[in-house]
Design a protein around this ligand. Structure first.
Ligand code: NDP
Ligand code: 2IT
Length: 446
């Protein structure tokens, strides 16, 4: 790493102790910025990168709620507004027991560059809680969401900060959050949250957008070497919102997804994942991949040992969580002939896995580019809310596909310009960075 960037990174380590995933996200971006600081000393002079590594604001709050047995539960809530140079803070909420400040900061930091890449007017932020929705009744999830919003409402708004979903937060949770926001503020302010239901301000394609966008991005990467998803064998990790809709679009584009997973194990389904059954098990019944295997019959193998990355594939789409692919799993994928890894999840590869794929010359599309379709469509939802309009599915999907194509091309053009042709990581980090940096320069020291 360039010496000036190393100093900034050392300062980040010192000022943010015990936040490993945040350190990892910063290191990954700074690792690409050497040629940028060499060419543009104004960014260093104005301490742009140092400022970018420090969130504009961080809110941590108590979330007390009452479970179905009448017991008081206490969780911790977070919202980090990382950067508002391009627009209101924008990013999801994650409800998962592993969530701590470091998780929210890593995700918020990634979101700055991802949102910039979309070309839409959104800044970067993220939030969440260590609440575990697994095994909780609908009524418990509702009471938790209401308690969470009872504090969060004062920090958000369509021109300030616009949350959405992430792990453990889908349309059900957004509904309960929006309801409480509306009740407390006495305003139907649709543009304050995205991922809403269609009849109350949601956008068509938002539910599908991250997974569809990922498949569109993978298709563009393959087209750059005169190939496509048609006929490809694909493995996806996870079986949530992103995974399900990635599988759907891969199948529409002619590929076959032969494996997917959840935290309890993975299935191998050589005939191709049965999407209708998967949606029933995961979205309606809120069941496990083992339930999918039971219902699919004897052809399908479920394993709770090892990982889905042992399944041979041409294309790997990690769509579960951070650091889910380590060096051994990368090696298994490489040995089995994988030619492309495109990230639906945020930071699913460990740094050692990233290095392994680079060394093996496996094409690699980082999440901040490849999974930007979700937040991009959130911004389209904000546009529809602001104009009190609703768009058709076809029009919205077409916008999504164009945006993913533009991100793809911008990554390649920027990588070329800064001396790393074909490197999507360099392209995404540099293109995302420069747009935010220029806006920060223009807006002065604030
Ligand atoms: P969901 O909650 O809908 O699904 C998450 C899936 O990942 C589930 O199958 C879950 O399994 C699995 N998973 C989550 N955490 C772990 C873990 N610690 N270990 C093993 N498996 C795990 O979330 P999303 O599909 O919305 O999000 C998936 C990823 O995509 C995340 O990294 C998120 O940040 C990223 N992302 C999401 C976007 C969106 O629009 N929703 C946009 C861009 C990125 P189980 O149910 O067993 O926990
Ligand atoms: O990681 C992400 O980009 C998201 N979870 C979506 C954020 C959003 O505001 O739609």
């Amino acid at each position: 790493m360039d010496e000036k960037l190393q100093d900034i990174y050392d300062e980040v380590l010192e000022r943010n102790p015990d936040e490993d995933v945040f350190h990892q996200a910063v290191s990954e971006v700074l690792g690409s910025l050497g040629p940028v600081v060499a060419k543009h000393p104004q960014y260093t002079d104005a301490a742009i990168i140092r400022r970018m590594c420090e969130p504009e604001r961080q809110v941590i709050f108590r979330v007390p709620w009452i479970d179905d047995d009448g017991r008081v539960q206490v969780n911790r809530g977070f919202r980090v507004g990382f950067n508002s140079a391009l627009g209101p803070y924008k990013g999801g909420l994650r409800f998962h027991p592993s969530v701590y400040l470091g998780t929210v900061k890593f995700l918020g930091f990634e979101q700055i560059f991802k949102n910039s890449l979309t070309g839409l007017p959104i800044g970067g932020g993220k939030g969440g809680s260590d609440f575990d929705p697994k095994g909780r009744s609908d009524a418990e999830v509702m009471r938790f969401c209401q308690a969470f919003m009872t504090e969060l409402y004062r920090h958000i708004g369509e021109h300030t900060d616009v949350p959405a979903g992430d792990i453990g937060v889908g349309q059900r949770e957004i509904g309960y959050l929006f309801g409480q926001y509306k009740k407390i503020t006495n305003r139907f302010e649709a543009g304050t949250l995205t991922g809403k239901g269609l009849s109350w301000g949601g956008s068509r394609v938002r539910t599908e957008a991250t997974g569809y966008g990922l498949a569109f991005f993978a298709q563009r990467v393959l087209e750059a070497s005169n190939e496509g998803l048609d006929g490809k064998r694909v493995v996806v990790s996870g079986s949530g919102n992103v995974a399900i809709h990635a599988i759907e679009k891969v199948h529409q584009l002619g590929g076959t997804v032969v494996g997917c997973s959840d935290s309890g194990g993975y299935v191998v389904d050589e005939a191709g994942i049965d999407l209708e059954l998967l949606k029933q098990v995961k979205l309606v019944d809120r069941g496990r991949m083992s339930d999918y295997a039971d219902q699919r019959g004897s052809k399908v193998h479920h394993s709770d040992q090892g990982s889905v990355w042992e399944v041979a594939c041409d294309i790997a789409l990690p769509c579960a969580t951070q650091n889910e692919v380590d060096a051994d799993e990368a090696k298994a994928l490489i040995d089995n002939g994988c030619q492309l890894v495109a990230e639906g999840a945020n930071m699913p590869l460990t740094p050692a896995a990233v290095d392994a794929f680079a060394e093996a010359k496996v094409a690699y599309a980082p999440g901040k580019a490849a999974n930007a379709g979700g937040v991009a469509t959130s911004a389209l939802e904000m546009q529809q809310n602001a104009s009190r309009d609703t768009w058709t599915f076809e029009h919205t999907e077409q916008r999504l596909e164009e945006i993913m194509g533009n991100i793809h091309d911008r990554c390649l053009e920027t990588a070329e310009e800064y001396g790393s042709p074909g490197d999507y990581v360099a392209g995404a980090n540099i293109a995302g960075f420069i747009q935010v940096a220029d806006a920060m320069l223009a807006q002065g020291v604030i």
